[in-house]
Design a protein around this ligand. Structure first.
Ligand SMILES: *Cc1c(COP(=O)(O)O)cnc(C)c1O
Length: 363
């Protein structure tokens, strides 16, 4: 039997990608915001329902750019239950992360615990829409308004998710999306920022292209984070299949849920009725760390590879040791010790899901 990995990048039909990139051989315009880049920006604005959108060569640089463009300083309140990128972006931009605990039911930042972490140095909140779940956006905005803070959502895992029937791209000042190969929508490597204040567009474009605004003018101190035409072409192809792929993910999610629903030792993530998820991941929470590790081992003995996503918490990385005030985040710690992300992607067969669930139950 073939090994099963936790995810498998979605690719279009080979020939449709070849068709999409053919004209690049004639034009030789292969990067620097060419036709594919322009078209992808237009299509994504419409798909995500946002006024402003800027493409980047990856999600991480989009996040760093958001910090730069919003001019953040001092402390940023964030979650330790996330991928390395969120916390690293804050620190690489010279800011101090202040770690807030998460909600047990959906792994997002606990909005009730944010206020007590605010100091005169706080400039922003950076919550994460984790696993295709959505943060408590209303409560977070209320806090941000009360204390005059910026909000940057790490929406790397939330492409296509809807909240109360509408887009999530407009919450906060900026939302970052990742189009990495392993995400629900990919451009191989890639990412974007969405924003509703169009005066930010020029700053984002400058930040990703050395601050260049014309052949003889450089107006800001920018770096290079441009998406190439080949990445954008992959995005245009993959976008045609996105709704179909999310539907296939949903069917697979529901199969897991029906298989594991009555198995008391693990809990499958569920979504509130307001959320239309993209089913990006299939996290289960085991009732002990030992059981989590036993399941992971049992699966890998059968060539099925799950991930301890997110373990360790970012605040426990060795590179930060002794650098930031250690705050207690008991819910995040417990979740991190007991969570396991199972394989989920559009091509995964329902029979394989049944086999995975049988192995889990045998633990
Ligand atoms: C994938 C991911 C990122 C980073 O995105 P890249 O496109 O890989 O740079 C950031 N935050 C979270 C939560 C992610 O899952």
């Amino acid at each position: 039997m073939k090994p099963i990995y936790v995810t498998k990048p979605s690719l279009p039909e080979f020939n449709s990608y070849v068709e999409e990139i053919r004209e690049l051989w004639d034009s030789r315009y292969i990067t620097n915001m060419g036709i594919k880049h322009k078209n992808l920006e237009i299509e994504l604005k419409s798909f995500l329902g946002t006024k402003g959108l800027t493409l980047f060569t990856n999600g991480h640089l989009a996040l760093e750019s958001s910090i730069q463009v919003l001019g953040l300083t001092g402390e940023v309140i964030t979650t330790p239950f996330t991928f390395a990128s969120t916390t690293q972006a804050i620190i690489r931009k010279g800011l101090t992360p202040v770690f807030c605990d998460i909600q047990e039911d959906n792994f997002t930042i606990d909005s009730q615990k944010i206020e007590s972490l605010i100091t005169e140095k706080t400039s922003a909140i950076m919550p994460v829409h984790i696993y295709g779940n959505i943060c408590n956006v209303e409560a977070i905005q209320k806090i941000a308004d009360k204390y005059d803070l910026k909000v940057i959502y790490d929406g790397a895992q939330a492409f296509g998710v809807k909240y109360k029937g509408g887009s999530i791209a407009g919450f906060g000042d900026v939302t970052m999306y990742s189009f990495h190969a392993t995400k629900v929508f990919n451009t191989i490597e890639g990412g974007a920022c969405t924003y509703q204040d169009l005066s930010m567009e020029k700053s984002f474009n400058g930040d990703k292209n050395y601050g260049i605004t014309g052949q003889e003018s450089v107006e800001s101190i920018g770096g290079n984070a441009k998406m190439s035409e080949f990445q954008a072409a992959m995005g245009l192809c993959n976008l045609r299949n996105i709704s179909e792929n999310i539907k296939k993910r949903k069917i697979r999610y529901e199969r897991y849920l029906s298989q594991l629903e009555h198995f008391d030792h693990v809990k499958v993530q569920t979504f509130s009725k307001y959320i239309e998820s993209n089913y990006a991941y299939l996290p289960i929470v085991c009732n002990s760390e030992t059981l989590r590790n036993t399941i992971k081992l049992k699966l890998s003995n059968n060539q099925i590879y799950s991930r301890k996503y997110f373990y360790p918490l970012t605040k426990d990385y060795e590179c930060y040791e002794g650098k930031f005030a250690s705050v207690k985040t008991p819910v995040a710690t417990k979740s991190s010790n007991c969570v396991l992300v199972l394989p989920l992607y559009p091509e995964l067969s329902l029979e394989d899901i049944d086999r995975i669930c049988d192995l889990i139950k045998s633990c």
